[in-house]
Design a protein around this ligand. Structure first.
Ligand SMILES: Cc1ncc(COP(=O)(O)O)c(C=O)c1O
Length: 384
């Protein structure tokens, strides 16, 4: 990580806030580690984490694929230079127009997880390759995705049969263990479940070669050792694949990292724009809040942050409630956060902000979404 360049920008008082500073060297290192830790795995970056055109181009330049969820993301993917066979869609709910567009451009494959969706795909994207999303244990992830998506093993088999009847081409399975997944065993159990369905589907005459282990790879091990490393997850996943998935020479082992690829590359620099004492609480108001950049704190992600100031170590420690700038009372970022004493105009820096920061952000109340500063980016965007 090029901390010198990053630190220079973060400490420069001329840097406008809020500002999301993305270091492409970190994305590059992380990408390479994925390839090492998941030998033979194919990276399909989950664009939803950060649809910055340069990041998408970076992945395409590395030979990776893109996982999209919407027509807008399809357009971005094509503009980034992705060939259609390097695009998949793992959003279980796709509107008819989007299905038609994916069909027209020849997106490689798409997910299904209900009979309605199978019928819709067969109608609007006939003949498509499809994979079923299995419902798997999401306990131990900071942001569980279970419940809204995924089917049990029995329904998965029914969906494969129905898809085949309707002229689609079932190719395999996917799952998502939940975002920022801290339980390595979730991947192992999910792959074991996929193995069971895979064998049963083969017995019914299906011919699979596609296993998509989704996202969920956590960020932040470097500041919290209890967060599993990519190495640990990779070892467990590769063992589980060997143990549970039939050995076939052309297995496509798909990874859809969002946060896991870009989370640690970004730092969000914000300014303190107000202070107040309310009862026994000291409040700090920042120029970014849950609406314009820090939505994930609202979803239960504990922010990791520090004061950017040379005299940070000399100031007495205090406890603060952190809030965003908007007039909405739910715009509270965190409570009881220990920081050196803070003054108005001080700057704070949030770590691991490369994913789900600007993608979630809206300029509610007129407070702008963060500017983006790219470090070590070798390529000018071809558009955007
Ligand atoms: C289908 C799918 N794939 C991949 C991801 C990326 O997940 P993460 O950012 O946890 O890696 C998501 C996130 O919601 C998702 O819904």
């Amino acid at each position: 990580m090029n901390n010198v360049l990053m630190d220079t920008i973060l400490q420069d008082p001329r840097t406008i806030t809020p500002n999301l500073v993305i270091d492409y060297d970190v994305i590059d290192e992380t990408y390479e580690r994925f390839l090492e830790n998941f030998p033979g795995g194919l990276i399909y970056y989950a664009v939803k984490a950060n649809a910055n055109p340069q990041i998408m181009q970076f992945v395409v330049d590395k030979g990776g694929g893109l996982e999209i969820a919407s027509a807008a993301e399809l357009e971005l993917a094509l503009n980034a230079g992705a060939s259609s066979d390097k695009i998949i869609c793992s959003n279980p709910i796709k509107n008819p127009a989007f299905l038609q567009q994916m069909h027209q451009v020849g997106v490689y494959a798409m997910v299904i997880d209900s009979t309605f969706e199978v019928e819709k795909v067969a109608r609007y994207a006939p003949g498509s390759r499809v994979y079923v999303r299995l419902a798997v244990d999401n306990h131990g992830s900071v942001l569980p995705l279970a419940g809204k998506f995924g089917v049990d093993q029995e329904l998965a088999l029914e969906l494969f049969d129905l898809a085949r009847e309707l002229g689609l081409e079932p190719i395999g399975l996917s799952f998502h263990v939940g975002s920022q997944c801290l339980s390595v065993n979730n991947w192992v159990k999910a792959i074991a479940a996929c193995g069971e369905v895979w064998h049963e589907a083969e017995a019914r005459g299906h011919n699979f070669n596609f296993l998509d282990i989704g996202g969920g790879f956590p960020a932040g091990h470097y500041h919290d050792a209890s967060i599993p490393t990519q190495e640990t997850i990779g070892t467990a996943v590769m063992q589980a694949v060997t143990e549970y998935i039939p050995r076939i020479p052309n297995l496509m082992l798909i990874l859809e990292p969002g946060r896991g690829l870009v989370g640690e590359s970004g730092r969000l620099l914000v300014s303190v724009v107000g202070k107040a004492r309310r009862g026994s609480d000291e409040w700090l108001y920042l120029d970014a809040g849950v609406f314009n950049g820090l939505m994930e704190t609202f979803e239960g992600f504990p922010p990791v942050l520090e004061l950017v100031s040379e005299d940070a170590h000399e100031r007495p420690m205090k406890r603060y409630t952190l809030a965003g700038p908007s007039c909405d009372s739910c715009d509270v970022i965190a409570r009881d956060v220990e920081l050196p004493e803070i003054h108005i105009n001080d700057r704070l820096m949030f770590f691991d902000a490369g994913a789900y920061t600007n993608e979630y952000a809206a300029a509610f109340n007129g407070f702008p979404i963060p500017l983006v500063t790219a470090l070590n980016c070798k390529r000018e965007p071809v558009f955007g």
